[in-house]
Design a binder for this molecule. Structure first.
Ligand code: GTP
Length: 330
């Protein structure tokens, strides 16, 4: 059996920003409410998460109290920042010490870019649920994002001027998040998506299956976390002006960009309820007017969702195709 690819994922940010909460909701089946009883992380908590059988994520949850961070940047610098595949840096949008938060972030970026120049950098501005009412247009998030991009530009420029890195560097990516809604799944799905080997092959297989099933969308979820692994892409996701009248009538214009992450959150909650009642979640099928949806296990590690708006597509035929595909993948 092939050895799984190991990826080191650093989870950093100030104490209380929500790092352990995210990790616990995504990987340990905590509810958002459960995270209220989490204590502060002491130093670094390491855990290994097996993903899709062939990928192991080595998660380094780095406690965010200042004394620990000072250590990461001095005596532990080489251990912490070398061989990193991804840095996920978490900010608390309600923080009143933004300037200080930025300075720490800048120091971390220098250390990371010097020691792991190829690492992907993702910034999650967390606890958005606490500000969304007073700032529905998310102006504060946009402001914070601009500040972060400026810091990143500055760090890259300095390292380049000092001859420590060359010009080509990926810029950081920034997401708003909250453990209380699907934005958490959106952010983490996007991150994990970049770590999966052969992702373009998986995507092309999903597109092939979509067309074979006369479906509009096929989506692959990881079985334990229910993160979205890959999507076939949907013809309904295009520019609304390209849609025909039937598609518009079917509501394509109002498609929610986070609809699959909503499904992740709902199904994960439902699976938890099932296991509390000593039941197991097996799958789901439904028909609404002309729309047929199934959400079924595909392999040991994945679930597949197929959505069809073609009245000729029968649920039984979709299930048969999933069954044939899983035999092919086994
Ligand atoms: P350290 O371990 O000290 O570095 O902190 P941490 O970043 O791991 O923070 P932790 O996950 O322990 O979260 C601190 C508190 O923030 C907990 O009470 C969580 O319930 C709360 N919290 C985390 N994320 C969110 C969020 O998105 N919204 C809200 N409202 N609260 C959150």
């Amino acid at each position: 059996m092939a050895t799984p690819a190991r990826k080191k994922v650093l989870l950093m940010g100030k104490s209380g920003s929500g790092k352990t909460s995210m990790r616990s909701v995504i990987f340990s089946n905590y509810t958002a409410r459960d995270t209220r009883r989490l204590g502060a992380t002491i130093d670094v908590e390491q855990s290994a998460v097996r993903f899709l059988g062939g990928l192991v994520l080595n998660l380094w949850d780095c406690g965010g109290q200042n004394a620990f961070v000072d250590n990461y940047l001095s005596s532990q610098k080489d251990t912490i920042f070398s061989n990193v595949a991804v840095l996920i840096y978490v900010f608390d949008i309600t923080s009143t010490e933004w300037e200080g938060d930025l300075r720490y972030f800048e120091d971390i970026l220098f250390a990371l870019r010097e020691n792991s120049p190829e690492a992907g950098i993702w910034v999650l501005i967390n606890k958005m649920d606490l500000v969304d009412k007073e700032d529905p247009k998310r102006l504060k998030f946009e402001q914070r994002k601009n500040d972060l991009l400026n810091v990143d530009n500055q760090v890259r420029k300095t390292l380049k001027d000092e001859g420590k890195i060359d010009n080509i560097r990926e810029v950081l990516r920034c997401f708003p998040s909250s453990i209380w809604d699907e934005s958490l799944y959106k952010a983490w799905s996007s991150i994990i998506h970049t770590l999966i080997p052969n992702i373009s092959l998986i995507t092309s297989h999903l597109t092939y299956l979509r067309d074979l099933c006369l479906a509009v969308e096929v989506v692959l979820f990881e079985a334990d976390t229910f993160l979205v692994i890959a999507k076939s892409g949907s013809p309904l996701d295009c520019d609304p002006s390209d849609l025909d009248q039937i598609e518009l009538k079917n509501g394509a214009k109002e498609l929610d960009q986070q609809r699959f992450e909503k499904i992740s959150e709902i199904v994960k909650g439902f699976k938890k309820t099932c296991s509390r009642n000593h039941e197991q979640y097996h799958g789901f099928e439904a028909k609404f007017d002309e729309c047929t949806v199934i959400l079924e296990p595909l392999t040991k590690n994945t679930y597949i969702m197929i959505i069809s708006v073609d009245p000729r597509a029968e649920t039984g035929a979709l299930l048969y195709n999933v069954h044939q595909s899983s035999a092919h993948m086994a």
